[in-house]
Design a protein around this ligand. Structure first.
Ligand SMILES: [Zn+2]
Length: 373
């Protein structure tokens, strides 16, 4: 991963390069960033830059022996630890390393749910267990094979359970020579204070609109009229932008489910609502269920705004616009907060692995009441 492949974040790239140029590389850094902002690609680019044999002022060369291995995430001195499903017999990252490499090379901005869906088919939760801490200590106590720095990237470090985190305190305090810990976290507030105090914090913001716009233009043929909607909805989260732009994103399915949901709910058609809940539970994985709830939230919000006849702040696609022409009077100041609360609660329970069937049916029944108020 080259710095140039990381979207935007120029200020942070420069700060990281400065650490290298001035030889002030701290032995443990905590890359904290919201989802889709690029903490993982930035951490990898930083590690690659440190170990590149012919780095320039601004980037790795991409072609030296070290870079070639880094490009494949297969360098003997580059190690990863990440959440795995805990039901496996020996829950350590090495058992999933080839899937990990493929997942990160395919989408370096991946999130935890995407990753867990890659390695498990039934919505398992993931964590970093104490078995992993033994692996981390073992790997870091090995001698360095070829690189100047041995690097351990701990992705979603907040998913370390307490016994794992405790076992790492000492090595974070006094790491072996030329060892670099890069912790990557979306929720640093969930990390133990004793871990945070042993790291240097690099707080990375959402991607700025200009950089996002440039990347989306280059990668997808987004037309100018859709761009503001995409940028607004993605909110500096590249992964979300990709999901919106892929066939799964500006999603005909979501649109169809949403129109069914609201129509059946308004018609008090409970048998159809029950069927729809089953469909949503069966056809969408947990990640997509969350995206669908976000989609509903967006549709409610934009329809609410439509009542105020401010088209310039409404972000809808063509078909959504047509539907909303008729639908928006049903979303008003009497029900918008209740609807928002319903969807937020559903999101909360889906994220915590509740039964999707029950959660969606509950949403349906609440909508029967709320859409008519
Ligand atoms: Zn290189």
């Amino acid at each position: 991963m080259l710095f140039s492949q990381v979207i935007g974040q120029n200020h942070y790239k420069q700060e990281l390069r400065e650490l290298v140029h001035t030889n002030r590389i701290s032995h443990a850094l905590l890359f904290a960033a919201p989802e889709g902002a690029g903490a993982l690609p930035l951490a990898i680019a930083f590690a690659q830059y440190i170990n590149c044999e012919h780095r320039s002022e601004t980037d790795s060369c991409g072609v030296c022996a070290s870079c070639v291995k880094y490009n494949k995430l297969q360098h003997p001195d580059l190690h990863f630890a990440f959440p795995v499903v805990t039901s496996t017999k020996n829950p350590v990252s090495d058992n999933f390393i080839s899937q990990w490499r493929e997942a990160v090379l395919t989408q370096p901005y991946l999130n935890l749910d995407m990753w867990l869906e890659t390695i498990s088919d039934d919505n398992k939760q993931g964590s970093i267990q104490k078995e992993e801490s033994k692996e981390i200590l073992r790997k870091l106590n090995l001698k360095t094979y070829e690189a100047e720095y041995k690097v351990m990237i701990v992705w979603m470090a907040e998913k370390m359970n307490e016994s794992c985190a405790n076992k790492l305190l000492k090595i974070l305090e006094e790491p072996p020579q030329k060892t670099l810990f890069l912790l990557v976290s979306e929720h640093p507030e969930e990390l133990m204070a004793t871990i945070i105090s042993r790291t240097q914090l690099v707080r990375i913001p959402r991607i700025d609109s200009e950089s996002m716009r440039a990347r989306l233009r280059e990668e997808f043929s987004v037309n100018d009229s859709d761009m503001p909607t995409i940028l607004h909805t993605a909110g500096g989260n590249y992964l979300k932008a990709v999901q919106l732009l892929s066939s799964e994103g500006v999603n005909d399915d979501f649109y169809n489910y949403f129109t069914q949901l609201t129509r059946f709910a308004y018609a008090k058609n409970v048998p159809e609502l029950a069927k729809l809940s089953d469909t949503l539970a069966a056809n969408l994985g947990r990640e997509k269920q969350k995206s669908f709830i976000e989609y509903c939230l967006k549709m409610f919000r934009e329809n609410f705004v439509l009542n105020y006849k401010k088209p310039e702040i409404v972000y809808l696609y063509k078909t959504e616009k047509d539907f909303s022409e008729k639908f928006h009077p049903f979303i008003n100041e009497r029900n918008i907060s209740a609807l928002t609360k319903t969807m937020n609660e559903a999101y909360y329970h889906i994220e915590r692995n509740g039964s999707a069937k029950i959660i969606f049916f509950d949403v349906c029944l609440k909508l029967v009441v709320q859409l008519r108020s």
